[in-house]
Write a new protein. Sequence first.
Length: 293
Amino acid sequence: MGERIAKPEHIAVAPDAPPVVDVRGLWSIFGKGTEAFTVHQDLNFTVQRGEMLSLVGGSGTGKTVLLRQILGLARPARGTVTVLGRPASEMGREGAASRVGMLFQHGALFSAFNVLDNVAFALREQGTLPHDLVRDAALVKLQMVGLKPEHATRMPADLSGGMVKRVALARALIMDPPLLLLDEPTAGLDPSSADEFCELLRELRAALGLTVVMVTHDLDTLFALSTRVAVLADKKVIVTGPPHEVAHFKHPFIEHFFMGERGQRAMAPVKTAPAPAPPAVPEAVPPPDKEQP
Ligand SMILES: Nc1ncnc2c1ncn2[C@@H]1O[C@H](COP(=O)(O)OP(=O)(O)OP(=O)(O)O)[C@@H](O)[C@H]1O
Ligand SMILES: [Mg+2]
């Protein structure tokens, strides 16, 4: 665990530049009539270039829905989602892959395609490059995520959990998008594979200068990688800030999430080696009708 508690790689964040992701007044409503339920209600947050923002929240609070809205795969009922200066809803399937890469919550490799064809998929769909160049580009991405050329012809069913994640990551990065979305990247991995995958994410983020939005329940992953955390509760983002400051924000979900046994374990090593000086106060995003703690 000590490894994963290492501080997140420092990448210059550009606070004055336009945000890479800007979510304003977002409402997500599912179902109709008496069955209708609201998942997000006037939710706001931004992600600056170079940030590694972790989104945390209870199950069903709409974290995956939010990533899908950033990717342009789902539209909010109200509000705007702007990605790299353009409405997310305007991104076509192919355009999206060169702007935003996504590692889906459940791996989601095409089971009938081998590793290489999975990785090459978006580039091949685009149809602008000859077959050989597409293959070479996919092989470069495989190497980038620590896989070997001989893995290229394997089928997804023959891969370990850690390898599936690596292939999915290579596929998300095939068109060199500046923004990467990760939905539970280490879920289902054993601790040592999770450590390795965190290390890979940290290295790639630094090498490629990526902006990353990650959903995770795993506190080791969160502390190892995040420059900032945004907490989803009460249908909105209730607070954002550096992990160790958000951990002390007074809210029942946060207390349960960070101060439970798992949280104490994940935070313990950093008590002796605190993270580098973050801004003094987490940026509370209070609902207008509630008192600030
Ligand atoms: N297309 C849809 N139609 C109807 N309901 C949906 C749809 N997509 C998501 N939901 C509902 O929205 C809520 C939020 O779902 P979401 O998958 O975003 O949760 P989550 O925060 O990612 O949860 P988990 O941590 O378990 O992955 C859930 O109640 C889910 O059933
Ligand atoms: Mg989810």
